[in-house]
Design a protein around this ligand. Sequence first.
Ligand code: CA
Length: 530
Amino acid sequence: MTKERKREEPMHKTSLIAALLIGSAITTPALADGHLQIVEGDPLELTIQMNHARYPIYEEDWPVEQTARAWTNVHLIDATVGANMRTDENTGRTEALNLMLASGEIPDIVGSSRIRDFVNQYGPQGAFLPLNDLIAEHAPHLQAYLDERPEIAAAIQAADGNMYYIPYLPDGLYGRAYWIRTDWLDTLGLDMPETVEEFETVLRAFRTQDPNGNGIADEVPYFARQWPELIRLVTLWDGRSSGSDTYHDFYVDEGTMRHPYAGEGYRDGISNLARWYEEGLIDAEIFTRGSSSRDFLLSENLGGATHDWFASTSGYNRLSEEIPGFEFRAMAPPASVSGIRMEEHRRIPIKPDGWAISYTNEHPVETIQYFDFWFTEEGRRLANFGVEGLHYEMVDGEPIFTQEFLDQGPVNRSLYQAGAQLQSRGYFQDYAYEIQWSNEFALEGIALYDEGDYLIDQFLGVAFTAEEQDVYDRHWASIRDYMLERQQSWILGNGDIMEDWDDYLAQLDELGLQDVLDVMQSAYDRQYGN
Ligand code: CA
């Protein structure tokens, strides 16, 4: 690192572009004194593969990238293979990464959603560099982060004890909540439901009592942008739908690894949800309507309740300008049949997304310094808030989004488009970025959930040995496919889960579920010192 020497050369072409894009930010002290500069002279160019559903390649003209270039003198050059191949968030399949590996041309840096299992498998085989010593010797900000959070350091490790990727590290506690049309409750003279029975009564009233007042039974009582948010409701019957913020994940039950879709609470929950579906309390198109569900059903004054993110969902209260009285508020998780109020979803402190250094990289020290840059104060701010002057201004020492930027539409989308908040980049999120566009309804809901203490511990994931991985790979995909196929069939009324349950469990056994649970358990015990 050149901490003392100033940049002596004229601006490069890319820096000129950066200057055009970011205006006065180019003259910030961070650049002027060069303390973030990693290499002298000509910029160091490093190739990168970056895959994420929302930004399928690394874009060199992102304002955030341009600023990072100007500050570090490291230029990432897009070399993404399989940019049109998306990582499937529901299954965790990473076709683009497999294609890249098969091509034999691995760029210097590989960033992707769901990269953890991939690097933990191929890192120990030599495709990616172990990062532990590089971090200890050259990445003081990253090292400081890991020293403060040993549980995160444990969760990053591969089975051989090395770290092969720098993760995206979310900040904040709360993610999703239950939301309900409180103006419809008022219209129908109903109280906020406190139990699963009361919730069912309310959904039925939404279905049958015309709360939108158009004389047609067109209301859709419960809907979700992601269909697994229907399965989430099994928690109301003491089932589980996932152990983490990844759908269909395993969970830890007092030190024992289990899968939610083999539990009796799940069985009872699916049985009841099939009944709700048949009765029209669930969106008939829940499995097919997709990501526009929330926007469409709320805008059309049709949707009654959902389970979705605080910040973005609270924003729909703006519809009160078009729909008189429209009010969509967070409600506490209804008490389950046994009286438990649980919010299964929360922000997980470490994601399987992030970036890694390939074995072909001839500049591992500079690369880990570049990774470390994103954990400096300036780099972290850049990753979270974008570019000063363009996206935010400093107010009393804090980055505050400009009104002009906030008015450009969904803030997350605007940030992705600028190259900020990229989950395929290893960085530590700053929740302050989100609180700024959380409206009063979101803040009220967060306070409600905070008061009730509904969150539960999460499974932070495991790294397999080659032998464990082999067992997992041999069985898991077919088990999961079978689970999801049966799950959807039961909801849609094909078969009765109560009658089919014993056969279902026998089939899971036949497919090797216990073998998979055994390797999950051995990996879990090794990783978290059980
Ligand atoms: Ca109606």
